[in-house]
Write a protein that binds this ligand. Structure first.
Ligand SMILES: NC(=O)c1ccc[n+]([C@@H]2O[C@H](COP(=O)([O-])OP(=O)(O)OC[C@H]3O[C@@H](n4cnc5c(N)ncnc54)[C@H](OP(=O)(O)O)[C@@H]3O)[C@@H](O)[C@H]2O)c1
Length: 213
């Protein structure tokens, strides 16, 4: 994807999806530390950003975004008209291999959030970024975008697709001056990061899918 990104967060307006917990929360806090003038916490349930508002005051502005709900995204783009940097961090993971009975349902769910959600976000926010001089989009992809792990097959397929879309966006948005960056973390100990290890632990302990652990 190239590494010529040059974007200063200081004094910029940032929007982070899934900002209420996990990686998104850390990104929001880091953007504030780096001097962002405002960070929109784009979350499914705006109450989940209460702690962030209590801690950081009016530099944090909660806005409702559910990546599965196109109307929530178009409404958010009408409110957050001053955004310079969109960080699409929110994502979902099912621990499924291709032979699991519900593999197709899992993949449909992951595609809807991780891929169609990205497309919905850029369709709504690319015009906002353009109007504000170009700006940038960062998409949280994964090491799973380039390497498939058997027990995470459907997740990896969705993250591979979101990486593919991100690469396309990089070209598509070049002419309007919007930088596009694909981020590929390895495992991080968030709620999502723990899911896979929980399942492995269950298997090793001989506890079934619905057992308590
Ligand atoms: N953790 C890892 O090991 C790892 C590694 C590489 C890449 N990543 C990627 O990094 C991103 C963040 O992961 P994480 O580990 O921080 O996950 P997480 O702890 O499970 O948090 C997921 C976040 O996404 C939000 N979200 C889920 N579905 C949503 C939807 N339909 N609309 C809007 N928001 C939604 C959640 O909101 P609620 O609180 O409302 O559920 C939550 O804020 C994901 O894209 C993930 O694929 C994670």
């Amino acid at each position: 994807m190239g590494f010529e990104m040059n974007f200063e967060v200081k004094d910029k307006v940032v929007l982070v999806t899934g900002a209420n917990r996990g990686i998104g929360k850390v990104i929001l806090e880091e953007a504030l530390k780096r001097g962002a003038s405002k960070v929109y916490a784009a979350v499914r349930n705006t109450d989940s950003a209460d702690d962030l508002v209590n801690e950081h005051g009016d530099r944090v502005v909660p806005v409702r975004v559910d990546l599965e709900d196109p109307a929530s995204i178009t409404s958010a783009a009408k409110v957050a008209t001053d955004v310079d940097l969109v960080i699409n961090n929110a994502g979902v993971l099912k621990v499924k291999n291709a032979l699991d009975d519900d593999a197709i349902e899992a993949l449909q769910f992951e595609m809807n959030v991780n891929v169609y959600g990205l497309i919905r976000m850029v369709q709504a926010f690319a015009p906002v970024l353009k109007a504000n001089g170009g700006g940038a989009i960062a998409q949280l992809n994964s090491v799973a975008s380039v390497k498939t792990f058997g027990d995470l097959t459907t997740y990896c397929a969705s993250k591979s697709a979101s990486y593919s879309v991100t690469q396309g966006l990089r070209e598509t948005l070049r002419d309007q001056g919007t930088q596009v960056v694909s981020v590929h973390p390895g495992p991080i100990a968030t709620d999502m990061g723990k899911k896979r290890w929980l399942r492995r632990h269950r298997r090793l302990a001989g506890i079934g899918r619905h057992g308590n652990l």
